[in-house]
Structure formats: C-alpha cells, structure tokens
Design a protein around this ligand. Structure first.
Ligand SMILES: [Ca+2]
Ligand SMILES: [Ca+2]
Ligand SMILES: [Ca+2]
Ligand SMILES: [Ca+2]
Length: 632
C-alpha cells in the first residue's frame, strides 16, 4: 500500500508551505510508514468485507469495509492494521464503529471514504469517544494515523433522552496515541458534523487528536467541521482539540493546519463555551520537556454563541515552562460571542511565549499570557475590543493593515518591573490605534503615523526615516527621542501638542506658522531638551505679509540651551514671507524673531515695491520729463 500520509506531504509541498518543520516531520513519519507498509505487503493479509470482516484480523492487515453495516469493527491489541470504510456505517446509542483498543496499536491506520453515522449518541464511559475510532488510554500506539477522506462524512447526533448518561466527550473523529513518546496524525478532508439538541453535560468535538509527544492535525481545504449545540450547557463545543498528554521524554509538539472551514456554534447563553481550535498541553512531560504548539490557518475558524474563542490554548493551569505557541493566520479567525468574544485566547495561567503572524482577518479580542509575546500585523484586518498581551516583555509590530481596538501591552508603562513592551509602527502609514501600557513606542522604517489620542509611555521614538504626526492638543507622557520628524503642521496654526518628559534627538519638528498674525503651532515640553539638536521647520500656512513680531514655537519648562533647536540644516536664519527670522531662545522658550532684533522688535512692513521697481519708476519719470522738454 502507499503510505497514507505521502499524499498529504506531497500536497503540502505543492502548496509551498513555509513551515519546513512540518514538512520535515511529515517526511520522517512517511519513511516510517513506508517501512511499515512494506512489511504489511510482505507479511500481511488482505480482506474485503461489507463491514462484516471478522474483528481482530492478523497484525498488519489491510481491511476494506464496503456496503452497509451496523456492526462495530474491533481491533484489540493488534499492531499495524489499516481499516478503510468505503460504504455506509450506522451506529446508534452507546456504541463504537471503528473500535481500536488494547496494549499495542502501533502503526494503526483508520480511513473513512464513505459515511459513518452515529445517531442517538451517548457515552457513559470515562474516556472520550468518536464516530470514527477510539483508542483507550491504556493503548500503546507509538504511532497512528486517521483520515476522513474527501467525500467522507462523519455524522454524530447526541441522544437528548440520554443526556444524563454522558460521562465523557463525544466527537466525530477521536484518536490518540499513548505509547512512549507517541505520535498521532489525523486529517479531515471531508465533512464532520456533531450536533447536540439537549443539555448534555459533556463536551462535543469535531476532532480530538491526542498524543504523548507529537500531534499533527489537518483540516484540508476540502474539509468542513461543524459542531453545534442548540441549548445552554457549561461544557465545550469545539471544532478541533489538539492535545499533548503526558510522560513524553522528548520535546513535544502539536501542529494544526487548517485550510478548510471550522464552525463551532453554541447557544447565546453566557455559560456556553465555543472554541474553533483548541490547543492544549494538559499534563506534565518527564523533565519538563519544551513544548511547541503551532497553528497555520489559511481557512476559516469561527466560534459563535455565548462565551467564545476562535483559537484557545491552555496548559491545564500548570504554568509549564518553555512553552511556545505559534499562530500564522492568513485566513479568518472569528470569535463571535454574545457575552465574550475572543479571536485568540491564550489562558492567563500559562506562561507561554506566543507569536502571532497575521495577514488575514481576525474578529474578536486577543489575549496572550505572561510570556514574552510577539504579534506581527503584516496586513489584513483585526477587529476586537481589546488586544491584551499581559505580563512579560511583549512586542506588537504594526506593519500594514487595519487594527481596530485597544492595544494593551499589559503590566504598566514603566520598565522598573523588568517587563518592557514595544509597540513598533514599522513602515506603517496611517492612524495609530488607541494603545496603553507600552514602555516603548517607536515609529521606524519610513512609517508615517498620526497620533490623535493622548498616550503614556516611557520612551517614544522616531528613527531617521520615521514621521510622527501629532494632532492638535495631543499630550504625550514620556521621554521623546526624535531622530526622524514630528509633524505638528495644522492649517490654522492652532496646534498645541505637549510632551510631558524630556526631548532629545537629531530630527525635525515641523510646525505651521502664520507670520501675518504672529502665530505658530506650539510644542510645549514639560521637561528638558538638553543634548538635542532638533531642526524646527516653520511651514508658512499662507502668503500674508510678515509682521516681524515674535512668534512662539517651543516652550520648555525645564532646561534648554542654545543649539538644542535650530532651523533647517543647522541654520538659525530663515526668510518667511519677506522677513528674515531668527530662532531665538528667550528665557526657556523658543521664538522666531525678526533677524537681528530678538526680543520683540517690530519690524517695519516690507515695502510693496522693490528697489528695482522704484528705479524703473524714477526712470519713467525722467523719460516723461525729457520728452516734455524736447516738445517744449
Ligand atoms: Ca505577555
Ligand atoms: Ca507586557
Ligand atoms: Ca507594559
Ligand atoms: Ca512594565
């Protein structure tokens, strides 16, 4: 037989996936499967059956089930069996369809290409159960795979009359690999539907994929997962759960790749929790092995109802060290809850370092934990009430796209606690969203950003190519390092921005000036300017003749010294509307004063006729006089 994950890997390579770890890992597994397959061909038996092939075939059998059946197919403590359903398989009540159990299920492969219906489902056992397969907790499957192929349908509906009989979760595809450092691969390329219409006190799941060390889950572009709970219930309704269990002696990882549709819908009751993709590391590894949890989403993940998360990570409240969560979204992640809406929720008890790369759409808030988190907003749109990064030194890079909601770096805006959050406007052009609790705010790499809402930070900076546009009356609390440009130009020269902190840097300060009415945009600095050499650039807003009166441009309450500000190119002189002005320090305030007479000299109005005009006029008079003399 062909290794069943071979096609998956080929397809991923064809997609030019950038997640090379995923491909490398897949290749390693496929080599193992290829070997197992070769052994099967040499040793195994092959059977065709209308879902009535006797259970417990020899090891390494390849079993195909067709036709219609209601008989469970059991594999008990037999390694290397591959079972494929191509027909229609109906089960009802407390039952299994494909039932894998026992101590050794290594290299089991479960495939559905037909229809598997589980109606009136209930689960009185203490272990979760799915329409398609179940491995008990005692299993020792060091590697196993499960596929719902294109066209395959897994349909589960819970029995309302048996609501109280349920003891554990019910799902569409439920598999786990519990051997030493076990690995589990599962892929949905067809349809999975799980529905509950009664108050069943049990979690319902499209897919549950678990292992001690390694989990790989795919919902392919042809895949759709719908989990729907019609009535209030405190338990979970989840599209995909990818969970690392316990006892791994090697670093653990879970990779989820969604390019299809995932919808987890609950009723609008507050207590109802709906989750599109649930990433979890529940129990301790041996020796606190590092854990990496990765979601690559190019499709749609949506959770709707009462309290919802498009994507959720938790570590069972264990605060495991050395956990990394990576989310790459170029599709849609939507949390649409009546009471609580999050697109991404990293449980606050975890200390995971979370990295999020977004080029797609997110609707709903984002919460990360006390780790050091990174959010790269590369393009697309995120719309939510809050984007909260919590404790730890976190970074938000706004490069392109639209952010609608409050960006909250967490902890405070002070580095004394050792937690220093950086908000970087990197090449971004547009309006800054509202933000709080960032120790460092930076406008870099040719970014041009308008700031309309007062903010507090420890250090605000522009690099040599960055422009910060301050709207009228903006107040910035924090020190400012301006190596690029602060642009306060307002057409009516009424800008009165305030910096409550020290100012330094070698950049520019763009102001609007009206030298006809002795007015300019004024920057107030409640602090010192020592050591700076900022070039004030007065931009005349109209052509009114200059009065030559003093014009205030910068006021400083602390210390400021000659040379801290200049005019462009290090000059101290500039002609504006016919009068040469000089930048003068008077007290601790900076004025434009008519050249040579700092301190209030009222220059005479500039003559309306130039000297050349006068000469021309005098010449004309002389000419007229000469002509008059000759005629007389
Ligand atoms: Ca954090
Ligand atoms: Ca923080
Ligand atoms: Ca902070
Ligand atoms: Ca802090």
């Amino acid at each position: 037989m062909l290794p069943s994950c071979w096609n998956e890997v080929a397809k991923k390579k064809g997609k030019a996936m950038n997640n090379s770890r995923f491909v490398r890992r897949s290749n390693a597994w496929c080599i193992r499967i290829a070997c197992a397959a070769a052994i099967m061909i040499m040793l195994g038996s092959k059977a065709q059956a209308a879902c009535d092939f006797p259970s417990n075939p020899p090891a390494n059998s390849v079993v195909t089930c067709s036709g219609v059946t209601t008989t469970p197919f059991q594999v008990d403590n037999i390694p290397g069996v591959q079972v494929t359903n191509t027909g229609t398989w109906n089960g009802a009540g407390d039952t299994f369809l494909m039932d894998f159990r026992g101590a050794d299920l290594t290299d089991s492969v479960l495939i559905n290409e037909g229809v598997m219906n589980w109606t009136d489902a209930f689960n009185p056992t203490n272990a979760s159960r799915g329409a398609m397969s179940k491995f008990f907790n005692t299993n020792q499957a060091t590697f196993a795979e499960a596929y719902n192929r294109p066209g395959g349908i897994l349909d589960v509906s819970l029995d309302p009359a048996q609501a109280s009989a349920n003891a554990s979760a019910i799902g569409g595809l439920v598999v786990q690999s519990r051997g030493p450092n076990g690995a589990m691969v599962a892929s949905n390329q067809g349809q999975i539907n799980v529905a509950s219409s009664a108050g069943d006190d049990v979690g319902i799941y499209g897919m549950i994929v678990r292992a001690d060390s390694t989990v790989m889950v795919e919902n392919a572009s042809s895949g759709s997962i719908t989990v729907e709970r019609g009535v209030p219930n405190a338990n979970f309704s989840v599209g995909i759960l990818a969970e690392i269990l316990d006892d791994s002696t090697i670093p653990v990882s879970a990779v989820i790749d969604n390019s299809g549709q995932i919808n987890a819908a609950t009723s609008n009751s507050n207590a109802v929790v709906g989750v599109g993709v649930y990433m979890r590391q529940r129990l301790p590894t041996i020796g606190n092995q590092p854990g990496v949890h990765t979601l690559d989403n190019t499709g749609t993940i949506e959770a709707s109802g009462g309290t919802v998360a498009g994507v959720l990570f938790d570590d069972g409240g264990n605060a495991f060290p050395d956990i990394t969560v990576n989310i790459d979204n170029s599709g849609s992640i939507i949390g649409n809850g009546a009471d609580f809406s999050s697109a991404i929720f990293i449980d606050g008890a975890a200390i995971a370092d979370t990295s999020i790369f977004n080029t797609g759409q997110m609707i709903g808030s984002v919460f990360t934990s006390s780790g050091n988190d990174i959010f790269e907003m590369l393009s697309g749109q995120i719309t939510g009430e809050f984007f909260v990064f919590g404790d730890g030194s976190d970074t938000f890079d706004l490069i392109d796209g639209l952010v609608s909601g409050l960006l909250d770096g967490g902890d405070d805006a002070d580095s004394a606690d050792g937690m220093i959050d950086a908000l970087n406007f990197d090449t971004f052009t547009g309006d800054a969203p509202e933000f709080v609790n960032w120790e460092s705010v930076n406008v870099i790499n040719s970014a041009a950003v308008s700031f309309a809402t007062d903010f507090t930070t420890e250090t605000f900076s522009t690099d040599a190519t960055g422009t910060a546009i301050f709207t009228d009356t903006l107040a910035v609390t924090g020190d400012v390092m301006n190596d690029g440009a602060i642009d306060m130009v307002s057409p009516d020269t009424t800008g009165t921005a305030t910096i409550i902190g020290d100012v330094a840097g070698t950049g520019a300060l763009e102001l609007g000036v009206n030298v006809g009415s002795d007015r300019a945009d004024v920057l107030s600095i409640v602090g010192d300017t020592s050591g700076s050499s900022i070039a004030i650039s007065p931009n005349s807003v109209d052509l009114q003749l200059a009065t030559g009166n003093d014009v205030l441009v910068v006021e400083v309450t602390g210390t400021t010294s000659v040379g801290d500000f200049t005019l462009p190119d290090g000059s101290t002189m500039q002609e504006i509307n016919g009068v040469t002005y000089e930048l003068s320090l008077i007290g601790s305030d900076w004025f434009l004063t008519a050249s040579g007479s700092p301190g209030g000299f009222n220059a005479l109005p500039v003559p309306t006729l130039s000297t050349w005009s006068l000469v021309l006029l005098i010449g004309l008079f002389l000419l007229v006089a000469l002509v008059g003399i000759r005629r007389s």
